[in-house]
Design a protein around this ligand. Structure first.
Ligand SMILES: [Zn+2]
Length: 218
């Protein structure tokens, strides 16, 4: 029986609840949406290379939308659950899932409950920890990282993999703040909103003056 440290289970109780609620059919599947070309371009600016393997995006290894918490285990298709990964890293993460849970199909997973409970716990923890750079949880799920590196055909030692991810995470932690505060998307959006408001006000003003004209003429 696989068991992850109780402290880790406590720390990851929210994503674990999402996973088990979804497996237990207590919540619906999240609708999948494609990234728009604008969203894709913004991710390219934020991450010019794959954050895990550091390969530049290319036609033979394209940037893909990865869900930190897999949709098939109750993850949501929204910004805070997205990370851009190269296709090879994305596929390797999927292979880890199949290796650990026997399938990436929810029906097959449901059929093997509750026997899969421990494996699901460690996999969900790893999905988050490996992107967020949680050193302690990564240490407890080290064999999943080793399996990932094998599928991805990367020979970097576990520690080096972790250091890469940690430095990446330090960057990404700073970036969303910049993005929200003075990021280009916010500024363009608010300018657009301002213009829209201005146009709406002018319309009202125009209608009002036309109404006065009509009243005066009567
Ligand atoms: Zn990659």
């Amino acid at each position: 029986m696989i068991s992850v440290d109780k402290k880790i289970i406590e720390k990851y109780k929210l994503p674990l609840k999402d996973a088990f609620d979804y497996i237990g059919k207590k919540k619906p599947v999240s609708k999948r949406k494609q990234w728009t070309s604008n969203q894709r371009d913004k991710w390219m600016l934020r991450e010019p290379n794959c954050p895990i393997c550091k390969e530049a995006w290319s036609e033979s290894n394209i940037m893909t939308k990865e869900h930190i918490h897999p949709i098939v285990l109750g993850g949501q298709d929204r910004d805070d659950n997205h990370v851009p990964l190269c296709q090879k890293c994305n596929l390797a993460r999927n292979s880890v899932m199949v290796a650990v849970l026997g399938s990436s199909n929810i029906l097959a997973i449901r059929n093997r409950m509750p026997a899969l409970k421990g494996s699901i716990e460690e996999f969900v923890v790893w999905c988050h920890a490996s992107i967020n750079g949680d050193e302690y949880a990564m240490g407890e799920t080290k064999h999943l990282t080793e399996s990932f590196l094998q599928f991805r055909k990367l020979k970097i030692p576990f520690q080096a993999f972790f250091q890469r991810n940690r430095s990446r995470y330090t960057r990404i932690k700073l970036k969303p703040q910049l993005f929200r505060g003075v990021g280009c998307s916010q500024r363009i959006w608010s300018r657009e909103q301002q213009l829209e408001r201005k146009r709406a006000k002018e319309k009202v003003k125009h209608r009002f003056s036309v109404a006065i004209l009509i009243v005066n003429n009567h």
